[in-house]
Design a binder for this molecule. Structure first.
Ligand SMILES: Cc1cc2nc3c(=O)[nH]c(=O)nc-3n(C[C@H](O)[C@H](O)[C@H](O)COP(=O)(O)OP(=O)(O)OC[C@H]3O[C@@H](n4cnc5c(N)ncnc54)[C@H](O)[C@@H]3O)c2cc1C
Length: 418
C-alpha cells in the first residue's frame, strides 16, 4: 500500500504515525513545501523573541521518521492531484503514486489587496518558521514596526519582537483585540496589559495606503493618520489552504468538506487539520477549528482510517484557545457570547473569570490569569452537564471535582461507567 501525505505538520505527522502503527509494511511519503523538518508552529514567536532556540523548534526529530520508515520530501510543492490516475505531481514535475492520500495543507495567510502593498521587500506574514527567521534578521533596535491585525497571530508577532525594536504599533479594523474569540472586557484587559509593555494600539482603523519605493516607509490609515514604518507585518487572518483540493474536484466549502472518518468527497482521499471544516458540537455547525490539538487528532483519525478502513470517527470538538501574552494566561472556550455584568464572576486589574451560562448549562468561558479550573469547565461544556445537577454553584470560586455528585465523581476519577 502506498500512502502519500501532503503537509508535514500536526495533522500530517500524526497521520503518518497512525498509519505505521497499523500497517508495518506500507510505503509512507510525506511531502512538504517548507525547507524545515516538522516544527511546533505555535513556537515561532518564541523563536523570534529568543526564548526558544532553533534546536528546540522541532516537533518530531529525524529518528521519528527513520524508526517508522517514513520518507519526507522537504522543499517540494505538490502542484496537482491527479485523482483519476491516483498520482500527485510536484513542482519539479515528479509524479508520485498513491493508494491513499491525505491532504494536510493547513492555512495560508490572507493578505488583503491594499494600495502600494505589492512587491515591497519589508512586508512579512507570520505563519511559518521561515517567515519568523526572515523577520528576525530584518529587524534591529531602530526598527519601527507596524502590525496589521490584532488577532492571535498579530499579537504573538508583537510579543516576539518586544524589546528588539524601537516601536511597535498594532492596528485592527475591529474595536478590540482578538475580536473573533474575546468579549469586550477580556479584550480590554489583554490590551491594557500589552500596552504596559509599550506597544501601541490603533483600533477601528484599516490601512488605506502603503507608501515606499521597494520598501515600505509609511502607512496611511483610514482615519488619515500616517505612521512611519520600516517593517510591516500583515496578520489580518488566515484562510484554509484548499487550492489543490478544489482544483482536483474535491468538494470544498469555506474549507475541505470531510465526513466523520476524515474522508473527502473522493474515495481514498482524506483531509485533516486547518484545511478542513469540522463539526463544532456547540455551534451545531461545520467550522474551521484552526487549533494544533484538533489538527493532531484529526490527522490521527485520518491515518487510522487510511490504513484499516473507515472505522474510527474523529472526536467532536469546539473552539478553544489557550495562550499567554507577556505572562498573562488566557483560556477561552466554547460559545462565549456577549459579556454582561451577571456573567463575570471575578474581575481584577489582571484577572477575569467569565462563564456563559444559558438554560442551566455552561456554553463557554473566558479565564484570564485564573485558569486552574479550565479542565472542569471544559468537561462541563463537553458533557452538556445540567448545572442544577451539581452539588455546588460553579460560579463560586472553590470548585474542584467536588462539583459533581459522588457517584459521577467516581466515574470522573476512575473512568468507571457504573
Ligand atoms: C503564531 C502562531 C501561534 C499559534 N498558536 C497556537 C496555540 O497556542 N494553540 C493552538 O492550538 N494552535 C496555535 N496555532 C495554530 C496551529 O499552529 C495550527 O492549528 C496547526 O499548525 C495546524 O496544523 P496542520 O497540520 O493542519 O497545518 P499546518 O501546521 O499549517 O501545516 C501545513 C503544512 O502543509 C504545507 N503545505 C501546504 N500546501 C502544500 C503543498 N501544496 N505541497 C507541499 N506542502 C504543502 C505547509 O507549508 C505546511 O508546512 C498557532 C499558529 C500560529 C501561526
Amino acid at each position: 500500500m502506498k500512502y502519500v501525505i501532503i503537509g508535514n505538520s500536526a495533522a500530517g505527522v500524526n497521520a503518518a504515525d497512525a498509519i505505521r502503527k497499523n500497517d508495518k509494511k506500507g510505503q509512507i511519503t510525506i511531502i512538504s513545501n517548507e525547507e524545515f523538518p516538522a516544527y511546533g508552529r505555535p513556537l515561532i514567536s518564541y523563536y523570534l523573541s529568543g526564548k526558544v532556540k532553533p534546536e528546540n523548534m522541532s516537533y518530531r526529530d529525524a529518528s521519528f521518521y527513520k524508526s517508522r520508515k517514513i520518507d519526507v520530501l522537504l522543499n517540494t510543492e505538490v502542484t496537482k492531484i491527479d485523482s483519476k490516475n491516483k498520482k500527485v505531481i510536484t513542482s519539479g514535475g515528479k509524479k508520485i503514486d498513491y493508494d491513499k492520500l491525505l491532504i494536510a495543507t493547513g492555512s495560508v495567510p490572507f493578505v488583503p489587496p491594499t494600495n502600494g502593498l505589492a512587491n515591497q521587500e519589508n512586508v512579512f506574514t507570520f505563519l511559518t518558521y521561515g517567515e519568523s527567521r526572515r523577520l528576525k534578521t530584518a529587524v534591529n533596535k531602530n526598527s519601527k514596526v507596524v502590525i496589521v491585525g490584532a488577532g492571535l497571530i498579530g499579537l504573538k508577532a508583537a510579543e516576539g519582537l518586544f524589546g528588539q525594536v524601537a516601536k511597535i504599533t498594532v492596528l485592527d479594523l475591529a474595536d478590540r483585540v482578538m475580536a473573533s474569540v474575546l468579549d469586550k472586557p477580556a479584550a480590554k484587559l489583554i490590551q491594557s496589559h500589552i500596552e504596559q509593555n509599550d506597544i501601541d494600539f490603533k483600533l477601528g482603523v484599516s490601512v488605506a495606503e502603503v507608501v515606499g519605493e521597494k520598501k515600505v516607509s509609511k502607512v496611511v490609515l483610514s482615519n488619515g493618520e500616517s505612521l512611519l514604518c520600516d517593517i510591516l507585518i500583515v496578520a489580518v487572518g488566515v484562510r484554509p489552504n484548499v487550492a489543490l483540493a478544489k482544483e482536483s474536484g474535491i468538494k470544498v466549502n469555506r474549507a475541505i468538506i470531510v465526513d466523520e472518518y476524515m474522508q473527502t468527497s473522493q474515495k481514498d482521499i482524506y483531509a485533516a487539520g486547518d484545511c478542513v471544516e469540522s463539526w463544532d458540537c456547540l455551534a451545531n455547525a461545520c467550522k474551521v477549528l484552526a487549533l494544533w490539538p484538533n489538527a493532531s487528532n484529526q490527522g490521527e483519525t485520518a491515518g487510522f482510517n487510511m490504513s484499516v478502513g473507515n472505522k474510527q470517527k474523529a472526536p467532536v470538538s469546539f473552539a478553544m484557545n489557550a495562550i499567554s501574552f507577556f505572562g498573562l494566561q488566557l483560556i477561552s472556550a466554547g460559545i462565549i457570547g456577549e459579556a454582561n455584568k451577571n456573567s463575570i464572576f471575578d474581575r481584577a486589574a489582571n484577572k477575569l473569570r467569565r462563564l456563559n451560562i444559558v438554560d442551566d448549562k455552561l456554553l463557554g468561558y473566558v479565564l484570564i490569569n485564573d485558569t486552574q479550573r479550565a479542565g472542569i469547565y471544559t468537561a462541563l461544556i463537553n458533557d452538556k452537564t445540567k448545572l442544577s445537577s451539581l452539588e455546588y454553584d460553579i460560579t463560586k470560586k472553590d470548585i474542584g471535582l467536588s462539583v459533581y455528585p459522588k457517584a459521577s465523581r467516581v466515574c470522573k476519577i476512575w473512568g468507571q461507567t457504573k
